[in-house]
Design a protein around this ligand. Structure first.
Ligand SMILES: NC(=O)c1ccc[n+]([C@@H]2O[C@H](COP(=O)([O-])OP(=O)(O)OC[C@H]3O[C@@H](n4cnc5c(N)ncnc54)[C@H](O)[C@@H]3O)[C@@H](O)[C@H]2O)c1
Length: 368
């Protein structure tokens, strides 16, 4: 029987490479389109994608000719390549994340490529701070980005418009989205673009809003990879573990194995077609507790230092995953497991020889 091709953009990266492995196990021939962009890569294909029989195409998703080459023969596409982080070249988020998505559909439609499914990586970041409920009046509101002056005064919590305490509600797919940065905005635009074009041209499409994904191959050079990379690097170097704000902010963390299962479910379950789904860990973690867990697992003597902050960070970011759970998916792997896997990989790759200084510098300056 002729083998089916799956195209994975960003397949040299963290989520893409694990997804490529899983697709190969399912019997797909895998093509990877990736430009090996720094700082995640150092100009060469990482070992974990070599000698796997994948077709490796080095190219940029912002170039239509690369899509024309990569899409040939593909029956499904995972568009995971992205520009990430909080950076000042705002337009690059839109060219890499959103314009590339338009180019993907443009090429499929123009060339009449018989693609049966497109799966795209969106992000929990589209929600921004999400929705809050006032503890006194029970009224709901969408908060604005916290003011710099308040953060400098170490006033971290979001208050209702009447200045009263407010509680964050877990993010649901049907609520309004309010991204706080260019990355989130470009992902919101990517979703709109993909859903509209997918429906108009009959190309089944699914977008996943991943929470913070954790596991091996998450590049330590990627600023975006956040808490796990920074905490592990600091814990192994025995320097202070730097936790932003007071550590009481909450996040949900999802294990890469669970993300890969969600990615594959999109291929077989037609109820995912033209749907947007949260893919999260299912429980809220205080960042301080997460730092303590890293400290415990690495048996590190590092103290935990709080107080510095980042300008556009959200206070709480926890996704409601009931929509995807209704399709039979649920997270099966705990955070502690992802931390152990990551520490093992991090050490094997020799990343423990360098300390991540950014958190320590932020601690001195107060702001990252
Ligand atoms: N890791 C997370 O916690 C997380 C959370 C939410 C959403 N996401 C999304 O999931 C996807 C995968 O993230 P990841 O963590 O694997 O990131 P990653 O940085 O490990 O992988 C991204 C890959 O995309 C490639 N790439 C970047 N720009 C490109 C371009 N212009 N052309 C071709 N390739 C390009 C990079 O070289 C890299 O290999 C991204 O779309 C990201 O926005 C990730």
């Amino acid at each position: 029987m002729k083998k089916r091709y799956a195209l994975v953009t960003g397949g040299a990266g963290f989520i893409g490479s694990h997804t490529a492995d899983a697709l190969a196990k399912k019997g797909y021939k895998v093509k990877i389109l990736d430009n090996l962009s720094p700082p995640v890569h150092t100009g060469r294909w990482p070992n974990y994608v070599l000698q796997k029989g994948f077709e490796l195409i080095r190219g940029d998703v912002r170039e239509k000719k690369m899509w024309e080459k990569a899409l040939r023969g593909a029956s499904c596409v995972y568009h995971l390549a992205a520009y990430q982080d909080q950076r000042l070249d705002f337009s690059t988020f839109f060219t890499t994340n959103t314009v590339s998505t338009a180019l993907l559909y443009e090429t499929i439609v123009e060339r009449r490529f018989p693609v049966k499914k497109v799966v795209l990586a969106s992000s929990q970041f589209v929600y921004g701070d999400g929705v809050y409920r006032c503890a006194h009046s029970e009224s709901m509101f969408y908060p604005e980005l916290r003011a710099l002056i308040e953060l400098k005064r170490k006033k971290w919590d979001i208050l209702c418009p009447h200045g009263r305490p407010a509680r964050s509600i877990p993010f649901r797919e049907d609520q309004d989205v309010m991204p706080t940065n260019s990355y989130g905005l470009s992902k919101q635009a990517l979703e709109n673009c993909a859903m509209r074009l997918g429906k108009t041209y009959g190309i089944p499409t699914t977008a996943f809003r991943y929470s913070i994904v954790q596991g091996p191959r998450q590049s330590p050079r990627n600023l975006y990879s956040g808490a796990l990379r920074i905490f592990v690097s600091q814990a192994l170097a025995k320097v202070p573990i730097t936790v932003y704000e007071d550590g009481m902010q909450t996040r949900d963390f999802v294990n890469i194995r669970d993300v890969v299962r969600a990615n594959l479910l999109a291929l077989t379950n037609r109820k995912t077609d033209f749907g947007i789904f949260n893919v999260g860990g299912g429980s809220a973690y205080r960042v301080l507790d997460f730092a303590k867990l890293v400290k415990k697992i690495t048996a590190s003597p590092s103290p935990i230092a709080i107080g510095a902050f980042r300008r556009t960070d959200t206070r709480h970011a926890v996704s409601d995953i009931s929509k995807l759970k209704r399709l039979g998916w649920r997270p099966q792997h705990a955070s502690a497991e992802a931390i152990r896997d990551y520490v093992r990989w991090f050490t094997e790759e020799g990343f423990d020889k360098r300390v991540d200084r950014r958190g320590l510098t932020a601690l001195k300056k107060g702001i990252a």
